[in-house]
Design a protein around this ligand. Structure first.
Ligand SMILES: [Zn+2]
Length: 276
């Protein structure tokens, strides 16, 4: 039985057991397909390739939403086709290659490392270059450098990457200067899209109303994070996500303390002017 489920005309999703990870396939209408974030174990990638053969869909190109190990996987059974990502995502995947390989090897070992993370930067940063349904690339800095959602205006389908999940709070890239601001800006951009169906990197598929609910939950989570460590998010979170929340809350509290410290001398210097 195929693991792929057609969720709208020409859009198929397979959900893996590890981290509830979604692989998205979009058919081009002439026997080819686009493969977004194939994941995650060796067996799951082999199963995906087998299912595509069964459906007579031949991968013509791949797309990686962002430079994390579980989104830059590939298998020779999917064919030697170009796999695109945003230029910043490609540069990040190359720079952090050793760490990404460690992540894959410890959680889903056995992948062909020659194919792992071999990505090509998009020439036109706003569009996937193919003959299938128009695929708009929305690149932002929320969650990871050069993270790209892919939006298909024809069907209102958003492949969100690691955003808009029903089982995860926003996961911030704490190596950035303003990860909360980056994430909020990303949510603003996604919220402008006329989404009828959202496919998160991890979790369940949602309709337009569910998409907006998740955007609001993410905004509320980030707002709470700025005010303290209390976790009020109603989503069912795995233990590692609660630990990650605590790390994020501590980071934000430290950043706030640093910012107020660095502001203090400036305000002290300004005071004599006020007095004068
Ligand atoms: Zn990720």
């Amino acid at each position: 039985m195929s693991r792929l489920t057609e969720i709208s005309a020409g859009v198929l999703v397979a959900t893996g057991d590890l981290y509830v990870t979604n692989s998205t396939i979009v058919a081009d209408g002439s026997g080819g397909c686009l493969v977004i974030d194939p994941a995650v174990t060796v067996a799951e990638l082999a199963g995906l390739a087998e299912d595509l053969r069964g459906l007579a869909l031949r991968p013509r190109l791949g797309f990686a939403t962002h430079p994390h190990w579980d989104h830059v996987l590939w298998s020779s059974e999917l064919g030697g086709v170009p796999r695109f990502a945003s230029p910043l995502a490609v540069a990040t995947a190359e720079r952090e290659r050793a760490g990404l390989i460690d992540g894959a090897e410890s959680s889903a070992p056995g992948h062909d490392l020659e194919l792992f993370g071999r990505l090509t930067p998009l020439g036109d940063p706003d569009e996937i270059p193919w003959e299938g349904p128009a695929a708009v690339v929305v690149t932002h800095q929320g969650h990871a450098p050069g993270h790209s959602a892919v939006f298909f205006p024809g069907s209102g389908t958003l492949v969100a990457g690691d955003m808009c999940s029903d089982i995860e709070v926003p996961l911030l890239d704490l190596d950035q200067a303003d990860p909360v601001g980056d994430y909020l800006a990303a949510l603003d951009r996604l919220a402008e899209l006329p989404v009828e169906r959202v496919i998160p990197g991890h979790g369940g598929i949602g309709d337009g109303a569910e998409f907006l609910r998740r955007i609001e939950l993410d905004r509320a989570y980030l707002d709470d994070l700025r005010h303290g460590p209390e976790l009020r998010d109603p989503r069912p979170l795995a233990g590692w996500l609660i630990a990650q929340h605590q790390t994020q809350a501590a980071w934000v509290a430290n950043a706030t303390a640093r910012a107020s410290k660095s502001r203090r001398p400036a305000s002290c210097q300004a005071q004599p002017d006020v007095v004068r």
